[in-house]
Design a protein around this ligand. Sequence first.
Ligand code: RIB
Length: 296
Amino acid sequence: MKILNFGSLNYDYVYAVDHILLPGETSAAYRMDTFCGGKGLNQSIALARAGAQVWHAGLVGEEDGGALLDLCAQNGVKTKYIGKVPGKSGHTVIQVDKKGQNNILLFGGANQCLTEDSMDQVLSAFGSGDMLLLQNEVNGVPKLIEKGYEKGMRIVLNPSPYNEIIGQCDLSKVSILLVNEIEGWQLSGLQNPEEILNYFSEKYPQTAVVLTLGSDGVQYRHGQERYSHGIYPVKVVDTTAAGDTFTGFFLAGITGGKTVEEALELASKASSIAVSRKGAAPSIPKLDEVQQFNFS
Ligand code: RIB
């Protein structure tokens, strides 16, 4: 079984601020860093650092994509299906406040230039039983779901960031749906975690749902199978990429032979470490760090 992640690669311009700016407000940042990120890249790096083999597919800009490709390659992510298009890569402007909370302004850039031909070309190298991981920072996600499903691939969707494109996705074709509580609410119209999980299991009984709940941990539901796991207390520095770290480690766990409960534990530990560090990709731990970390 191969894992293909068709997803974004971004530069994150991260501004440390006293508080997240209000509409109309001007305020000085006290620090600025540039990190490699993008939900796609972060999830590929997390998969690779957790020990899985992952092929990343996506696009970077000819002008500036080098460091994104290099970081993937340095981490063992297979870059054969990352193309280059004229212009700039995707980027974000991120404010991180003193409590480690953030907001993210996203510019798609090269991530939004996928063509149907390029999707078909990449997908031709994958087949039945392989996993197709998707987020919502590249164009054509509904098409990718259709195409991957037709090939018999196991579709894993993290519908983030949520927008009208997700409404066009056929979620009945999704094997694993990973959502946070906001995305769960946006998809179901419900706020209570139990009701969100009930909604998905009634509407999409074939789909395993992983609902992350911030400081309340995570809940998993697939038919009669139900699991939950708490978080590990750490000093929160920056929550960017915590969800991506969780996704990568959870998928590496279940594809590597762990039970769902074991994979939830591994992913919860990895994402707890990620929130204790600055940045997106740089905050993602390696498997041995997660195994050796003292969570007491
Ligand atoms: O999930 C975190 C990521 O979201 C950041 O790295 C940023 O690029 C945005 O895509």
